[in-house]
Design a protein around this ligand. Structure first.
Ligand SMILES: [Zn+2]
Ligand SMILES: [Zn+2]
Length: 362
């Protein structure tokens, strides 16, 4: 851990740096990845595509066709526009090569990157020169261990996009998150409407002409207007429920991610080590880890000081208790203890906030 924050700073993602530090000597040469389409594809990337495909099929195959006749055009247009915009910026974010300008100019991705030799250099990047990419890089560039190249304005490596997010595709990334969030909010509005109307006025959901040929009111049609798969009312409610839960889960994660990046752009407090006007996810993670380590070392130091002040032997303990003229304080009655706890609690909560680590890997 200390190796990555201190000695290996400015080289790779902090949360994975320690492993890389230990394995540098054993790391074999390998090629750099160009963008999110480069192999290997990440499991999260494939899962995200499958979930997106599920939402598209369910939205246009089941939910929008159930809307009243006058609402269908708005449902198709709004959700289609949001989905198309999301698809464009999503593909663009994956396709952009976020590498540092000098890496893109001087480096051929067909040449393998050699293993880092710690006997020659202490850090991968020293004096704004990357020893692996063999080029000079910008002040905010980091060498990503997954992409195996220096990223301009490194923010984080996104496993869902399978690409680094940096200066060249940061706003595309924000647009990807925002458009996905907007699409899900449209979908949730449709799902909520269907759920309410199913129990209140279900005939409103049966305005499609295909329902005129269905006599049973508990029979519902899916994948209209091109197909008409028959199902029962409880099955339709189950589909709506599962999709709503999945949508809420995705919405919560995306909203959390978007709020975090808004915080990074506009937060007043920032570490002194942050480069540039805005703090990146990488800088935030390093900052939080340094605060956590400082707190742990401080706590360890206090424990050591306390232990030095404690009696060493049983005789000393007995002697101290016999000569003590003050009652032994009860921590629960001590206002000092509660005040200390009150003062330390915000720091503890803040220092232990490791959520951005997971955000960084999304
Ligand atoms: Zn590099
Ligand atoms: Zn990367």
């Amino acid at each position: 851990m200390q190796c990555c924050i201190g000695q290996c700073e400015n080289r790779t993602e902090p949360e994975e740096g320690e492993q890389e530090c230990d394995n540098d000597s054993a790391q074999s040469t390998r090629h750099s990845r160009i963008n999110g389409w480069s192999s290997p594809l990440h499991l999260f990337q494939i899962f995200a595509w499958l979930v997106s495909f599920y939402f598209v099929v369910m939205t246009f195959g089941i939910f929008v066709p159930l809307l009243p006749y006058q609402w269908k055009p708005a449902g198709y247009i709004c959700i289609s526009l949001a989905m198309c915009y999301h698809a464009v910026v999503h593909i663009a974010t994956i396709s952009v090569d976020p590498a540092d300008l000098n890496v893109r100019i001087k480096k051929s991705y067909r040449n393998p990157i050699p293993a880092f030799d710690r006997s020659k250099h202490e850090h991968v990047i020293e004096n704004l020169h990357c020893h692996l990419c063999s080029v000079d890089v910008g002040a905010k560039s980091k060498h990503c261990r997954y992409c195996n190249k220096c990223i301009a304005g490194f923010d984080h490596h996104c496993n869902v996009l399978n690409n680094c997010v940096g200066q060249r595709n940061y706003w595309l990334f924000i647009n990807t998150v925002t458009s996905a969030l907007l699409t899900l909010l449209f979908l949730l509005a449709v799902l909520l409407y269907i759920f309410i109307q199913y129990f209140q006025e279900p005939h409103i959901l049966r305005t499609d002409p295909h329902f005129s040929r269905v006599n049973d009111s508990d029979t519902w049609l899916l994948f209209l207007p091109f197909a008409s798969v028959h199902t029962t009312g409880p099955s339709l409610v189950a589909i709506v429920g599962v999709t709503t839960l999945l949508s809420l889960l995705c919405t919560t994660m995306l909203l959390d991610l978007l709020c975090f990046h808004i915080y990074l752009r506009f937060c007043a407090c920032r570490p002194a080590t942050a480069v540039g006007k805005h703090m990146s996810t990488y800088e935030y993670n390093v900052w939080q880890r340094q605060k956590l380590e400082a707190m742990e070392s401080s706590t360890g130091g206090n424990r050591q000081t306390d232990s030095q002040q404690q009696p060493v032997t049983a005789e000393q303990v007995l002697l101290q208790e016999q000569h003590s003229t003050l009652p032994i304080p009860n921590p629960l009655d001590s206002s000092i203890g509660l005040t200390d706890l009150h003062n330390q609690l915000p720091q503890m909560l803040n220092s232990n906030d490791l959520t951005p680590m997971s955000r960084a890997s999304m």
